[in-house]
Ligand binder design. Structure first.
Ligand code: DGY
Length: 296
């Protein structure tokens, strides 16, 4: 069996794989017959790419989100897909809380304030007054593993947590109207693309904060930009519709905190993700059921 990878992945588990060919570019410049397994992160795998790997049988996706892999096209060609769920919930939840705190307490703006020499008077000035987390409300859109971890942390900060998901919780529009902070924890699917539309963004209260550590395309990015430019709301954004492109007009705004898709970026979590990816590949090589098969 031949394994190709779009990059190497961190941690000792990577060495458990037999020979891996690390591709210099993606998609490959010419067809690569004979590749059975592709280990990949953050690349598109659709019909065009699958044509270039005619013997592929497994796409091992590094990450829980597999929205860039065309699972239907894979299935039609008999290519299985696996992901790495379960090991990044705490890291993503931590970053979510970090973004909530950063927005509600003006952390980044305060840092700039100091560095730019604008701190000229004592601390009892009104410039950088934030809002308490304790007593404020958090609306979680999605209440799976990551959403639940966020809820635990937010409750420890004294926030009142409510949620919306398909089978229970508050209707989405009501949640948007009622909460001080809204955080997104749904996968990107045809149903969730554009879920937080211009009309829904308008439901947010003045002064509300939107946090997105899920996927950029869940929000109408143009409409979010308009809301942020108006200063009506604030946002903590780890993800964008067309990464690594970040809308230019966000860059100078004091009411948005921007991070480069780092929610799972801790040594421990990224190594654990490699372990799960490698276990998926090893199971495949042994002809066993995939521990984390994705059905689409
Ligand atoms: C994932 O696993 O999908 C995350 O976005 C990586 O941080």
């Amino acid at each position: 069996m031949t394994i190709a990878a779009t990059q190497t992945f961190p941690g000792p588990a990577w060495d458990d794989l037999p020979d891996v060919t690390v591709l210099e570019s993606w998609p490959p410049p010419e067809p690569l017959p004979g590749v059975d397994v592709l280990a990949e992160a953050v690349v598109a795998v659709g019909p065009g790419e699958l044509d270039l790997l005619p013997d592929l049988r497994l796409v091992a996706n590094y990450g829980v989100g597999y929205d860039r892999v065309d699972v239907v096209a894979c299935r039609e060609r008999g290519v299985a897909v696996a992901n790495t769920p379960g090991v990044l919930d705490a890291a993503v939840a931590d970053l979510t809380l970090a973004l909530i705190l950063a927005c509600r307490r003006h952390l980044v703006a305060s840092d700039r304030f100091v560095r730019e020499g604008r701190w000229e008077r004592g601390w009892a000035r009104p410039e950088l007054l934030g809002r308490d987390l304790a007593g404020s409300s958090l609306g979680l859109v999605g209440m799976g593993r990551i959403g639940s971890e966020v809820a635990r942390r937010a409750e420890a900060f004294g926030m009142r947590v409510i949620h919306h998901r398909r089978r229970d919780g508050l209707p989405l529009d009501e949640l948007l109207r009622r909460t001080d902070v809204v955080s997104l924890h749904v996968p990107l699917t045809p149903e969730t693309e554009g879920l937080i539309s211009r009309e829904r963004l308008a439901l947010l209260q003045d002064g509300a904060t939107l946090v997105n550590t899920a996927r950029g395309a869940i929000v109408d990015e143009e409409a979010l930009g308009d809301e942020l430019v108006s200063g009506r709301i604030s946002a903590g954004l780890d993800v964008f519709a067309e990464e690594p492109r970040v809308p230019e007009r966000l860059l100078d705004l004091p009411n948005v905190v921007l991070t480069p898709h780092i929610a799972s970026a801790t040594v421990e979590t990224r190594e654990a993700m490699t372990r799960v990816l490698v276990d998926n590949v090893l199971a495949f090589l042994r002809g066993e059921p995939l521990p984390n098969a994705v059905s689409g």
